[in-house]
Design a protein around this ligand. Sequence first.
Ligand SMILES: *Cc1c(COP(=O)(O)O)cnc(C)c1O
Length: 394
Amino acid sequence: MGRKYSQKKFETDAIRRQLKKTDFLEHSVPLYITSSFVFEDSEDMRASFTEEKQRNIYSRFSNPNTSEFVDKIVAMEGAEAGLTFATGMAAVFSTFAALLNSGDHIVSCQSVFGSTHTIFTKIFPKWNISTSYFKVNETDKIESLIQPNTKILYSETPTNPSVDIIDLEELGRIRKRHNLILIIDNCFATPYLQKPIEFGTDLVIHSATKLIDGQGRVLGGVTVGREDLIREIYLFSRNTGPSLSPFNAWILSKSLETLAIRVDKHCENAMQIATFLEAHPSTNMVRYPFLNSHPKYQIAKKQMKLGGVIVAFEIKGGIQAGRNFLNALKMCSLSANLGDTRTIVTHPASTTHSKLDLQERLDADITDGLVRISVGIEDIEDIKADIDQALKCS
Ligand SMILES: *Cc1c(COP(=O)(O)O)cnc(C)c1O
Protein backbone atom coordinates (compact mmCIF):
# COMPACT_ATOMS: atom_id res chain seq x y z
CA MET A 1 0.00 0.00 0.00
CA GLY A 2 2.95 2.33 0.45
CA ARG A 3 2.97 5.09 3.03
CA LYS A 4 -0.27 5.88 4.78
CA TYR A 5 -1.42 9.47 4.99
CA SER A 6 -3.11 10.21 8.26
CA GLN A 7 -6.14 11.75 6.57
CA LYS A 8 -6.04 15.10 8.06
CA LYS A 9 -6.09 17.81 5.53
CA PHE A 10 -8.74 18.05 2.84
CA GLU A 11 -6.34 18.78 -0.03
CA THR A 12 -3.95 16.01 1.01
CA ASP A 13 -6.74 13.44 1.01
CA ALA A 14 -7.91 14.67 -2.38
CA ILE A 15 -4.44 14.24 -3.84
CA ARG A 16 -2.78 11.43 -1.91
CA ARG A 17 -5.60 8.93 -1.33
CA GLN A 18 -4.90 6.44 -4.07
CA LEU A 19 -5.24 2.78 -5.02
CA LYS A 20 -2.46 0.40 -4.06
CA LYS A 21 0.37 0.65 -6.59
CA THR A 22 0.90 -2.21 -9.07
CA ASP A 23 4.31 -3.82 -9.69
CA PHE A 24 5.07 -1.02 -12.16
CA LEU A 25 5.09 1.52 -9.31
CA GLU A 26 3.13 4.00 -11.38
CA HIS A 27 2.82 7.49 -9.91
CA SER A 28 -0.63 8.31 -11.31
CA VAL A 29 -3.37 5.69 -10.87
CA PRO A 30 -4.00 3.29 -13.80
CA LEU A 31 -7.35 2.92 -15.53
CA TYR A 32 -8.93 -0.49 -14.83
CA ILE A 33 -11.00 -1.05 -17.95
CA THR A 34 -12.32 -4.51 -17.16
CA SER A 35 -15.88 -5.76 -16.83
CA SER A 36 -14.99 -8.63 -14.48
CA PHE A 37 -12.25 -10.01 -12.23
CA VAL A 38 -10.91 -13.58 -12.03
CA PHE A 39 -10.84 -15.94 -9.05
CA GLU A 40 -7.95 -18.08 -7.84
CA ASP A 41 -10.14 -21.18 -7.48
CA SER A 42 -13.67 -22.29 -6.63
CA GLU A 43 -13.21 -21.58 -2.93
CA ASP A 44 -12.08 -18.00 -3.67
CA MET A 45 -15.12 -17.60 -5.91
CA ARG A 46 -17.53 -19.02 -3.31
CA ALA A 47 -16.17 -16.83 -0.50
CA SER A 48 -16.29 -13.74 -2.75
CA PHE A 49 -19.94 -14.26 -3.65
CA THR A 50 -20.97 -14.76 -0.01
CA GLU A 51 -18.99 -11.58 0.78
CA GLU A 52 -16.77 -13.39 3.28
CA LYS A 53 -14.05 -11.85 1.13
CA GLN A 54 -14.15 -8.18 0.16
CA ARG A 55 -12.93 -7.98 -3.41
CA ASN A 56 -13.93 -6.90 -6.88
CA ILE A 57 -16.14 -9.42 -8.72
CA TYR A 58 -17.82 -7.56 -11.55
CA SER A 59 -17.68 -3.86 -12.44
CA ARG A 60 -21.45 -3.47 -12.03
CA PHE A 61 -20.80 -4.12 -8.30
CA SER A 62 -17.44 -2.37 -7.87
CA ASN A 63 -14.24 -1.51 -9.70
CA PRO A 64 -10.88 -0.22 -8.39
CA ASN A 65 -11.35 3.17 -10.07
CA THR A 66 -14.87 3.73 -8.72
CA SER A 67 -13.65 2.64 -5.26
CA GLU A 68 -10.79 5.14 -5.27
CA PHE A 69 -13.12 7.94 -6.33
CA VAL A 70 -15.74 7.20 -3.68
CA ASP A 71 -13.13 6.68 -0.94
CA LYS A 72 -11.99 10.26 -1.50
CA ILE A 73 -15.53 11.68 -1.33
CA VAL A 74 -16.22 9.64 1.83
CA ALA A 75 -13.13 11.21 3.45
CA MET A 76 -13.94 14.71 2.21
CA GLU A 77 -17.54 14.61 3.48
CA GLY A 78 -16.65 12.91 6.76
CA ALA A 79 -18.93 9.97 5.87
CA GLU A 80 -18.80 6.29 6.83
CA ALA A 81 -19.29 4.77 3.38
CA GLY A 82 -20.40 5.57 -0.16
CA LEU A 83 -21.33 4.42 -3.62
CA THR A 84 -20.81 5.79 -7.14
CA PHE A 85 -23.36 6.11 -9.96
CA ALA A 86 -23.41 6.79 -13.70
CA THR A 87 -25.02 10.23 -13.20
CA GLY A 88 -26.25 12.50 -10.45
CA MET A 89 -29.82 11.47 -11.26
CA ALA A 90 -28.91 7.77 -10.98
CA ALA A 91 -27.61 8.59 -7.48
CA VAL A 92 -30.81 10.46 -6.55
CA PHE A 93 -33.16 7.81 -7.96
CA SER A 94 -31.29 4.77 -6.61
CA THR A 95 -30.90 6.30 -3.14
CA PHE A 96 -34.62 6.99 -2.78
CA ALA A 97 -35.78 3.81 -4.53
CA ALA A 98 -33.57 1.64 -2.32
CA LEU A 99 -34.79 3.16 0.94
CA LEU A 100 -38.51 3.68 0.27
CA ASN A 101 -41.45 1.27 0.26
CA SER A 102 -44.89 1.65 -1.20
CA GLY A 103 -46.89 3.94 1.09
CA ASP A 104 -43.90 5.98 2.26
CA HIS A 105 -43.82 9.77 2.18
CA ILE A 106 -41.08 12.35 1.43
CA VAL A 107 -40.90 15.93 2.68
CA SER A 108 -38.80 17.95 0.25
CA CYS A 109 -37.82 21.51 -0.46
CA GLN A 110 -39.75 22.77 -3.48
CA SER A 111 -36.66 24.27 -5.12
CA VAL A 112 -34.93 21.06 -6.10
CA PHE A 113 -33.24 20.08 -9.35
CA GLY A 114 -35.83 19.70 -12.17
CA SER A 115 -35.38 15.95 -12.74
CA THR A 116 -35.53 15.28 -8.99
CA HIS A 117 -38.85 17.13 -8.94
CA THR A 118 -40.05 14.93 -11.82
CA ILE A 119 -39.08 11.74 -9.94
CA PHE A 120 -41.04 12.90 -6.87
CA THR A 121 -44.11 14.17 -8.72
CA LYS A 122 -44.42 11.92 -11.77
CA ILE A 123 -42.52 8.66 -11.15
CA PHE A 124 -42.83 7.80 -7.44
CA PRO A 125 -46.63 8.19 -7.34
CA LYS A 126 -46.74 5.11 -9.64
CA TRP A 127 -45.45 3.13 -6.64
CA ASN A 128 -47.61 4.91 -4.09
CA ILE A 129 -44.76 7.06 -2.77
CA SER A 130 -45.90 10.63 -2.19
CA THR A 131 -44.10 13.96 -1.59
CA SER A 132 -45.04 17.17 0.23
CA TYR A 133 -43.07 20.33 -0.57
CA PHE A 134 -42.00 23.22 1.62
CA LYS A 135 -40.89 26.56 0.20
CA VAL A 136 -37.35 27.79 0.88
CA ASN A 137 -38.59 30.57 3.11
CA GLU A 138 -41.12 28.42 4.97
CA THR A 139 -38.92 25.95 6.80
CA ASP A 140 -41.08 26.72 9.88
CA LYS A 141 -43.88 24.76 8.11
CA ILE A 142 -41.83 21.58 7.63
CA GLU A 143 -43.07 19.93 10.81
CA SER A 144 -46.70 20.43 9.83
CA LEU A 145 -46.02 18.43 6.64
CA ILE A 146 -44.61 15.41 8.48
CA GLN A 147 -46.98 12.40 8.55
CA PRO A 148 -46.73 9.04 10.34
CA ASN A 149 -45.44 7.52 7.05
CA THR A 150 -42.82 10.23 6.37
CA LYS A 151 -39.44 8.59 5.97
CA ILE A 152 -37.16 11.09 4.21
CA LEU A 153 -36.49 14.82 4.59
CA TYR A 154 -34.75 16.19 1.50
CA SER A 155 -33.18 19.46 0.38
CA GLU A 156 -30.53 21.18 -1.69
CA THR A 157 -28.63 24.25 -0.51
CA PRO A 158 -27.76 26.60 -2.14
CA THR A 159 -30.81 26.03 -4.34
CA ASN A 160 -30.98 26.23 -8.10
CA PRO A 161 -31.42 28.59 -9.91
CA SER A 162 -32.42 31.23 -7.37
CA VAL A 163 -29.47 30.70 -4.95
CA ASP A 164 -31.50 30.48 -1.76
CA ILE A 165 -30.01 29.03 1.42
CA ILE A 166 -31.59 26.41 3.69
CA ASP A 167 -30.42 26.16 7.30
CA LEU A 168 -28.82 22.71 7.62
CA GLU A 169 -28.76 22.90 11.41
CA GLU A 170 -32.52 23.44 11.48
CA LEU A 171 -33.08 20.44 9.17
CA GLY A 172 -30.82 18.37 11.40
CA ARG A 173 -32.96 19.27 14.44
CA ILE A 174 -36.21 18.32 12.65
CA ARG A 175 -34.65 15.08 11.47
CA LYS A 176 -33.76 14.14 15.02
CA ARG A 177 -37.09 15.11 16.55
CA HIS A 178 -39.05 13.01 14.02
CA ASN A 179 -36.53 10.25 13.43
CA LEU A 180 -36.34 10.81 9.67
CA ILE A 181 -33.57 10.11 7.17
CA LEU A 182 -32.14 13.50 6.17
CA ILE A 183 -30.68 13.57 2.65
CA ILE A 184 -28.91 16.63 1.20
CA ASP A 185 -27.93 17.18 -2.43
CA ASN A 186 -24.60 18.97 -1.87
CA CYS A 187 -23.80 19.42 -5.55
CA PHE A 188 -23.76 23.24 -5.53
CA ALA A 189 -21.40 23.54 -2.57
CA THR A 190 -19.10 20.47 -2.84
CA PRO A 191 -17.58 19.06 0.37
CA TYR A 192 -14.94 21.78 0.13
CA LEU A 193 -17.48 24.51 0.96
CA GLN A 194 -20.04 22.64 3.06
CA LYS A 195 -20.23 19.35 4.98
CA PRO A 196 -23.90 18.51 5.67
CA ILE A 197 -22.97 15.48 7.81
CA GLU A 198 -21.65 17.88 10.48
CA PHE A 199 -25.24 19.13 10.86
CA GLY A 200 -26.83 15.69 11.30
CA THR A 201 -27.38 14.69 7.67
CA ASP A 202 -27.62 10.92 7.06
CA LEU A 203 -26.80 10.86 3.35
CA VAL A 204 -25.16 13.35 0.98
CA ILE A 205 -25.70 13.14 -2.78
CA HIS A 206 -23.61 14.75 -5.53
CA SER A 207 -23.90 15.14 -9.23
CA ALA A 208 -20.16 14.73 -9.91
CA THR A 209 -20.88 16.12 -13.39
CA LYS A 210 -20.76 19.66 -12.02
CA LEU A 211 -17.91 21.03 -9.87
CA ILE A 212 -16.32 17.67 -9.13
CA ASP A 213 -15.48 17.10 -12.80
CA GLY A 214 -15.41 20.86 -13.15
CA GLN A 215 -14.30 20.84 -16.77
CA GLY A 216 -17.47 19.77 -18.54
CA ARG A 217 -16.29 16.32 -19.61
CA VAL A 218 -18.06 13.40 -17.94
CA LEU A 219 -21.23 12.52 -16.03
CA GLY A 220 -21.16 10.90 -12.63
CA GLY A 221 -22.92 10.68 -9.29
CA VAL A 222 -22.18 9.68 -5.72
CA THR A 223 -24.03 9.02 -2.45
CA VAL A 224 -22.13 8.94 0.85
CA GLY A 225 -23.13 8.76 4.50
CA ARG A 226 -24.32 6.18 7.04
CA GLU A 227 -22.94 2.72 6.43
CA ASP A 228 -26.23 0.86 7.11
CA LEU A 229 -28.09 2.98 4.55
CA ILE A 230 -25.29 2.77 1.97
CA ARG A 231 -25.46 -1.03 2.33
CA GLU A 232 -29.17 -1.01 1.37
CA ILE A 233 -28.45 1.29 -1.58
CA TYR A 234 -25.57 -0.96 -2.63
CA LEU A 235 -27.76 -4.09 -2.66
CA PHE A 236 -30.36 -2.26 -4.75
CA SER A 237 -27.78 -0.86 -7.19
CA ARG A 238 -25.68 -3.97 -7.59
CA ASN A 239 -28.79 -5.64 -9.05
CA THR A 240 -30.33 -2.75 -10.95
CA GLY A 241 -27.11 -1.48 -12.56
CA PRO A 242 -26.79 2.33 -12.38
CA SER A 243 -22.99 1.89 -12.09
CA LEU A 244 -20.34 4.48 -12.91
CA SER A 245 -17.90 3.61 -15.70
CA PRO A 246 -14.28 3.10 -14.55
CA PHE A 247 -13.17 5.65 -17.14
CA ASN A 248 -15.44 8.36 -15.73
CA ALA A 249 -14.39 7.42 -12.20
CA TRP A 250 -10.73 7.80 -13.19
CA ILE A 251 -11.41 11.29 -14.60
CA LEU A 252 -13.43 12.28 -11.53
CA SER A 253 -10.85 11.03 -9.06
CA LYS A 254 -8.13 13.03 -10.83
CA SER A 255 -10.46 16.06 -10.85
CA LEU A 256 -10.72 15.93 -7.06
CA GLU A 257 -6.98 16.67 -6.86
CA THR A 258 -7.71 20.22 -8.04
CA LEU A 259 -11.16 20.69 -6.46
CA ALA A 260 -10.07 22.98 -3.62
CA ILE A 261 -7.94 25.28 -5.77
CA ARG A 262 -10.59 25.46 -8.50
CA VAL A 263 -13.45 26.14 -6.11
CA ASP A 264 -11.41 28.84 -4.33
CA LYS A 265 -10.89 30.64 -7.64
CA HIS A 266 -14.53 30.14 -8.75
CA CYS A 267 -15.74 31.68 -5.48
CA GLU A 268 -13.30 34.59 -5.69
CA ASN A 269 -14.51 35.39 -9.23
CA ALA A 270 -18.18 34.85 -8.28
CA MET A 271 -17.90 37.29 -5.37
CA GLN A 272 -16.43 39.90 -7.71
CA ILE A 273 -19.16 39.37 -10.31
CA ALA A 274 -21.86 39.58 -7.61
CA THR A 275 -20.43 42.88 -6.31
CA PHE A 276 -20.10 44.23 -9.85
CA LEU A 277 -23.72 43.30 -10.72
CA GLU A 278 -25.10 44.75 -7.50
CA ALA A 279 -23.66 48.16 -8.44
CA HIS A 280 -24.82 47.89 -12.07
CA PRO A 281 -27.72 50.13 -13.21
CA SER A 282 -29.28 47.35 -15.38
CA THR A 283 -30.00 45.00 -12.47
CA ASN A 284 -32.81 45.01 -9.90
CA MET A 285 -31.55 42.34 -7.54
CA VAL A 286 -28.46 40.18 -7.07
CA ARG A 287 -28.46 36.94 -5.11
CA TYR A 288 -25.14 35.57 -3.84
CA PRO A 289 -24.79 33.83 -0.45
CA PHE A 290 -21.79 35.86 0.71
CA LEU A 291 -23.25 39.28 -0.22
CA ASN A 292 -24.51 41.17 2.84
CA SER A 293 -27.78 41.71 1.01
CA HIS A 294 -28.57 37.98 0.79
CA PRO A 295 -31.60 37.30 3.05
CA LYS A 296 -29.82 34.26 4.55
CA TYR A 297 -26.34 35.78 4.71
CA GLN A 298 -25.81 34.75 8.35
CA ILE A 299 -26.81 31.13 7.71
CA ALA A 300 -24.62 30.98 4.61
CA LYS A 301 -21.67 32.23 6.68
CA LYS A 302 -22.40 29.63 9.36
CA GLN A 303 -22.51 26.59 7.06
CA MET A 304 -20.39 27.51 4.03
CA LYS A 305 -16.68 28.25 3.72
CA LEU A 306 -17.19 30.56 0.70
CA GLY A 307 -20.23 31.69 -1.30
CA GLY A 308 -20.14 29.17 -4.16
CA VAL A 309 -19.98 29.51 -7.94
CA ILE A 310 -23.52 30.59 -8.80
CA VAL A 311 -24.68 34.19 -8.95
CA ALA A 312 -28.31 34.97 -9.80
CA PHE A 313 -29.57 38.40 -10.74
CA GLU A 314 -32.72 40.06 -11.97
CA ILE A 315 -32.24 42.00 -15.18
CA LYS A 316 -34.41 45.09 -15.73
CA GLY A 317 -36.90 44.47 -18.55
CA GLY A 318 -38.14 40.91 -17.90
CA ILE A 319 -38.16 37.99 -20.36
CA GLN A 320 -37.13 39.97 -23.44
CA ALA A 321 -34.23 41.69 -21.67
CA GLY A 322 -33.07 38.29 -20.40
CA ARG A 323 -33.06 36.84 -23.92
CA ASN A 324 -31.34 39.91 -25.37
CA PHE A 325 -28.65 39.62 -22.70
CA LEU A 326 -27.96 35.99 -23.60
CA ASN A 327 -27.82 36.83 -27.31
CA ALA A 328 -25.35 39.67 -26.73
CA LEU A 329 -22.78 37.60 -24.80
CA LYS A 330 -19.57 37.08 -26.77
CA MET A 331 -17.43 34.91 -24.47
CA CYS A 332 -19.69 33.37 -21.81
CA SER A 333 -21.31 30.08 -22.88
CA LEU A 334 -25.01 29.38 -23.15
CA SER A 335 -25.19 25.88 -21.73
CA ALA A 336 -27.11 23.74 -19.26
CA ASN A 337 -24.06 22.67 -17.23
CA LEU A 338 -22.62 24.51 -14.24
CA GLY A 339 -19.46 24.48 -12.16
CA ASP A 340 -17.33 24.39 -15.32
CA THR A 341 -14.04 26.30 -15.71
CA ARG A 342 -15.91 28.31 -18.36
CA THR A 343 -18.50 30.90 -17.34
CA ILE A 344 -22.00 29.70 -18.26
CA VAL A 345 -25.14 31.83 -18.39
CA THR A 346 -28.78 30.69 -18.43
CA HIS A 347 -32.16 32.41 -18.40
CA PRO A 348 -34.50 30.00 -16.57
CA ALA A 349 -37.85 31.66 -17.45
CA SER A 350 -37.34 31.19 -21.21
CA THR A 351 -35.54 27.82 -21.03
CA THR A 352 -35.33 25.29 -18.16
CA HIS A 353 -38.49 26.57 -16.44
CA SER A 354 -40.50 27.76 -19.48
CA LYS A 355 -43.04 24.92 -19.09
CA LEU A 356 -44.14 26.28 -15.70
CA ASP A 357 -46.80 28.98 -15.65
CA LEU A 358 -46.03 32.35 -14.07
CA GLN A 359 -47.36 31.42 -10.61
CA GLU A 360 -45.39 28.14 -10.54
CA ARG A 361 -42.28 30.05 -11.57
CA LEU A 362 -42.78 32.62 -8.86
CA ASP A 363 -43.33 29.81 -6.31
CA ALA A 364 -39.88 28.55 -7.27
CA ASP A 365 -38.54 32.13 -6.99
CA ILE A 366 -37.93 32.44 -10.73
CA THR A 367 -38.90 35.87 -11.97
CA ASP A 368 -39.01 36.68 -15.71
CA GLY A 369 -35.74 38.60 -15.60
CA LEU A 370 -33.80 36.09 -13.49
CA VAL A 371 -30.39 35.25 -14.99
CA ARG A 372 -28.13 32.55 -13.54
CA ILE A 373 -24.38 32.76 -13.97
CA SER A 374 -22.08 29.86 -13.16
CA VAL A 375 -18.93 31.92 -12.77
CA GLY A 376 -15.88 30.31 -14.34
CA ILE A 377 -12.20 30.76 -13.70
CA GLU A 378 -11.29 32.81 -16.77
CA ASP A 379 -9.62 36.17 -16.06
CA ILE A 380 -12.09 38.19 -13.99
CA GLU A 381 -11.72 41.32 -16.16
CA ASP A 382 -12.71 39.38 -19.29
CA ILE A 383 -15.80 37.91 -17.59
CA LYS A 384 -16.84 41.34 -16.30
CA ALA A 385 -16.28 43.00 -19.68
CA ASP A 386 -18.45 40.43 -21.48
CA ILE A 387 -21.29 40.74 -18.97
CA ASP A 388 -21.06 44.53 -19.01
CA GLN A 389 -21.24 44.86 -22.79
CA ALA A 390 -24.15 42.38 -22.95
CA LEU A 391 -26.07 44.28 -20.24
CA LYS A 392 -25.67 47.44 -22.31
CA CYS A 393 -27.20 45.64 -25.33
CA SER A 394 -30.18 44.28 -23.40
C1 LIG B 1 -27.10 18.44 -12.29
C2 LIG B 1 -27.73 18.16 -11.00
C3 LIG B 1 -28.28 16.90 -10.72
C4 LIG B 1 -28.28 15.79 -11.74
O1 LIG B 1 -27.01 15.37 -12.08
P1 LIG B 1 -26.64 14.67 -13.49
O2 LIG B 1 -25.24 14.28 -13.31
O3 LIG B 1 -26.89 15.67 -14.57
O4 LIG B 1 -27.57 13.49 -13.63
C5 LIG B 1 -28.83 16.70 -9.48
N1 LIG B 1 -28.86 17.68 -8.54
C6 LIG B 1 -28.36 18.90 -8.78
C7 LIG B 1 -28.42 19.94 -7.72
C8 LIG B 1 -27.77 19.19 -10.01
O5 LIG B 1 -27.28 20.41 -10.25
